[in-house]
Design a protein around this ligand. Structure first.
Ligand code: FEO
Length: 395
């Protein structure tokens, strides 16, 4: 998509596909690249650009704006730089243009982009701005993803521009979702898990606002646009408000085979008890895989060897991530091995304050390579988990 793409009589897509980006926020792997979606809305009197693109694609955006004689407004739905990073370039190109943003966004734009405050105009929640025969309505949506975030609704076309909400990290040659919708679940879930899961409560409130608008098209600023928005709205409702599933996630690392022996035994026992098992070896993990499984796992089992008296640092790192993502986990188990002493369980337990709603089972730490007695203890630990799941998921 090297040129503007018309997506309705009055709306052009001017975003960019980042096919080769492999990591986001220096943390999150991007197996399918990503996109930075930006839109031009042309009213009979005024023109608005909705979000910009990552600064890496500034020249591409400039090229796509060729032939557009004036831009009156640059709507900044969200100040994170992958969307706002070309604001100053656009304001320079169109000296009459003003940036429109929420009240909380103004300070963030000034501090993050050093934009001239005279060029920034704040809008209130539910405020409308006329472009002539088209109207933009601004809908505050705090904490999807930052506190300043808002959505922009193109009233006459029932088109909702949602920035990060309903996004996917997915580069594509198509603006709209064109494959069977089920094919998009994995990329939507990965994105939700990595970006949105910590904000499940605000998402609930903001979903109500979205549904009250009854949009016919949802245009996020990452990944495909949705002409059947009920699909992504329902996914968000399920992931943010539904109960976790009859599933256990094993996050583990093994140095000399003791923890992996325990993990193998645990996997066999709890899967035999009717629990679906997901496993992530933390030696070289895809952090997205951890996040995705945290969306719906009822139980998380952490397996660690003892290193210098504490948990393996890579296990501790994964636990810090899990805690930050605030999953709806109900049960946490810590298993592992030690050589002569150690406080790995205490150290790991102290890293999960955001999971205070979850029950922490008494840890199981075995000395050295597990013998049959040790394996019996693994079975007993697994049986505690099976028992808890049987209560939560009666057959
Ligand atoms: Fe895609 Fe929160 O930025």
């Amino acid at each position: 998509m090297s040129k503007r793409v018309r997506i309705s009589d009055r709306v052009d897509y001017v975003g960019s596909q980042d096919w080769d980006r492999e990591i986001f926020d220096s943390l999150i792997p991007l197996p399918d690249g990503t996109s930075y979606n930006s839109y031009v809305v042309k009213g009979s009197e005024k023109v608005a650009l909705i979000d910009t693109v990552d600064p890496k694609f500034g020249r591409e955006l400039e090229g796509k704006l060729k032939g557009i004689e004036k831009v009156d407004y640059v709507v900044i739905n969200h100040v994170e730089q992958d969307h706002s990073g070309c604001l100053n370039m656009v304001l320079e190109r169109y000296p009459e243009a003003k940036a429109l943003c929420s009240e909380k966004a103004k300070d963030l734009i000034i501090t993050h982009l050093h934009t001239d405050p005279e060029r920034i105009v704040t809008v209130k929640d539910a405020e409308e701005i006329s472009l002539g025969d088209r109207t933009l309505r601004f809908v505050y949506a705090p904490f999807v993803h930052w506190p300043e975030t808002m959505l922009t609704y193109l009233v006459e076309e029932r088109m909702l521009f949602t920035c990060d909400m309903f996004g996917s990290h997915l580069a594509s040659s198509e603006v709209f979702a064109v494959k069977p919708l089920h094919d998009y679940v994995e990329s939507c879930k990965r994105y939700y898990a990595e970006i949105m899961m910590p904000f499940a409560l605000p998402i609930k409130k903001n979903l109500e606002k979205v549904e009250s608008l009854s949009p016919s098209t949802v245009c996020p600023s990452h990944g495909p646009c949705w002409t059947e928005p009920g699909f992504v709205i329902n996914l968000y409702r399920r992931w943010s408000q539904g109960e976790p599933e009859n599933k256990a996630l094993l996050l583990y690392i093994s140095m000399h085979g003791s923890v992996s022996a325990m993990v193998e035994r645990m996997t066999d026992r709890i899967s035999g008890g009717g629990i679906s098992v997901a496993r992530v070896d933390l030696t070289d993990p895809d952090l997205g895989k951890i996040a995705i499984n945290l969306v719906d796992a009822h139980t998380v089992i952490i397996g660690t060897p003892t290193v210098l008296g504490g948990p393996h640092p890579k296990v501790a790192s994964a636990v810090v991530l899990a805690n930050a993502l605030r999953p709806r986990t109900k049960l946490i188990g810590i298993i592992g091995s030690f050589g002569w002493a150690g406080k790995a369980p205490e150290a790991l337990a102290s890293l999960v304050p955001n999971l205070s709603g979850a029950e922490l089972l008494p840890p199981l730490m075995l000395k050295g390579l597990p013998d049959e007695d040790g394996m019996q203890k693994v079975d007993e630990f697994a049986d505690m988990i099976i028992e808890r799941h049987a209560k939560s998921f009666p057959r």
